[in-house]
Design a protein around this ligand. Structure first.
Ligand SMILES: [Fe+2]
Length: 449
């Protein structure tokens, strides 16, 4: 046996006598090598593979010339292989960034926090080429992490799991605010086995990043089991970029929700301030809002109309700001002139609102809440379907509250009697469909009796 290595090459005759020889090759192929020449495939200092040639024709041993030719060939092959590898990596990066841009647009196309969380969770598997993904949120009070969104048949079991901050891999990420790349979770003592046990899922590798809003960790994103190979540092960088987008989208939605709540609270405060001038209507606005929304559950309104209904109900009597105290606060029945002044309040309210761009859409519901189905209402004497649906709903809610609260000139009716009155007036004073929805809301306990 002759063996020597020169310039990283391996040359031998009687290779089967070399302890380095893998006998399995001969056993499996039935081929008996004698002479062998091997050169490495190298690119940028990395070994990509090895080229071997066996048994030169005519039984000649391999010579220096053979070595030079194979080395030159290996250089060419290495260069081509390296280019292919770089091309594949580049192609993968381009695809990943395209997905990142796509899911980023999707996240920012809504201001609904629950929708953002669900979309973020759904995007993880696509973006990270992973088998599964999770979004855990931090519960500040309990100092725990919980699965806000868990999809699929195992979702409910996953939702039962809560991790202490610091517990498990996600808990570690939440505590330290840093990403983690775990190529083999079984070897990581932080791995929380209970989640797999509860769901019969086998976690192999994981990429885990914090979701941070202004340096505060509000959640953790996990990508589980890469579908090809294991997660890399490049994957983690991409995942962190995605997490930043999730954080921005969630923070925008939270700010929008805060502004929206402030807006509603301001409208309520305004309505209550005006209500205070009235002698008898304590809590009237709140009740009309509640009754209107309860009846609307049986009327198939669009979410946008429900929002308008709520705001219109809050502000329906705002025009009373323009009604004099002697009329508004008069104990007992109003005379004709006083009634005429009082009946101006829907139009006054509409006049006020038309100056506020954001509130223009509530004018129809507010202006026509005293119209009647039979056309005998005010201010315009509209009939039936000409009356906007929001106004038809507020009309029933307003009347029900008027009947079930005391007035200076009459005592309140029992709730059941007021409901009977609404049923009697269905198709006359009130819209039939709205009256029926109101009765259903009462009978199912959504309007307390
Ligand atoms: Fe009114």
């Amino acid at each position: 046996m002759r063996r020597h290595c020169r310039l990283d090459c391996y040359v031998a005759n009687k290779v089967i006598d070399d302890p380095l020889w893998n006998k399995e090759f001969g056993n499996k192929t039935g081929y008996t090598p004698n002479d062998i020449l091997g050169v490495p495939l190298k690119a940028r200092g990395n070994i990509l593979g090895v080229i071997e040639v066996l048994n030169k024709k005519e039984g000649e041993p391999f010579e220096k010339r053979d070595m030079d030719i194979l080395t030159a060939l290996s250089l060419r092959i290495s260069t081509i292989l390296e280019k292919i590898k770089l091309f594949i990596e580049l192609d993968r990066s381009v695809k990943q960034f395209a997905t990142l841009a796509e899911v980023g647009t999707l996240l920012n196309s809504t201001l609904d926090q629950a929708a953002i969380r669900r979309r973020a969770m759904e995007a993880i598997t696509r973006l990270m080429n992973a088998e599964a993904g999770s979004l855990l949120l931090v519960d500040d009070e309990e100092k725990e992490l919980y699965f806000e969104v868990a999809l699929g048949e195992k979702g409910d079991k996953v939702k039962e799991i809560r991790l202490k901050i610091g517990e498990g891999i996600a808990g570690w990420v939440a505590e330290h605010g840093e990403s983690l790349l775990i190529p083999d979770v079984r070897k990581d003592p932080r791995f929380y086995r209970l989640a797999d046990e509860k769901t019969d899922f086998v976690t192999r590798d994981m990429a885990c990043v914090p979701v941070k809003v202004k340096d505060k960790t509000i959640g953790v994103l996990e990508a589980i089991n890469r579908l090809e190979g294991v997660f890399t540092e490049d994957d983690i960088k991409l995942f962190q970029l995605f997490s930043n987008q999730v954080a921005i989208a969630l923070d925008n939605a939270r700010l929008y929700e805060e502004i929206r709540e402030t807006f509603f609270a301001t409208a309520e405060a305004l309505a209550e301030a005006i209500e205070k001038r009235d002698t008898y209507t304590g809590g009237h606005t709140k009740r009309v809002v509640h009754y209107s929304l309860a009846a609307a559950q049986y009327l198939n309104l669009l979410p946008r109309d429900l929002e308008l209904l709520k705001l219109s109900a809050i502000l329906h009597d705002i025009g009373k700001i323009g009604v004099e105290d002697r009329v508004l606060r008069k104990p007992g029945k109003l005379d004709d002139e006083e009634a005429r002044l009082m009946k101006m309040h829907p139009s006054i309210g509409a006049d006020i609102m038309q100056h506020i761009k954001r509130l223009k859409d509530i004018i129809p519901g507010m202006k026509y809440h005293h119209e009647r189905n039979d056309g005998k209402g005010y201010p315009d004497g509209l009939r039936g379907g000409d009356i906007p649906i929001i106004a038809r709903i507020i009309a029933v809610a307003d009347a029900y509250d008027a009947m079930t609260t005391d007035r200076s000139y009459r005592n309140k009716l029992p709730h059941r009697a007021a409901i009977d009155e609404i049923q009697k007036e269905a198709g006359v004073q009130f819209d039939r469909e709205v009256a029926e929805a109101f009765v259903r809301a009462f009978e199912t306990g959504k309007i307390e009796g």
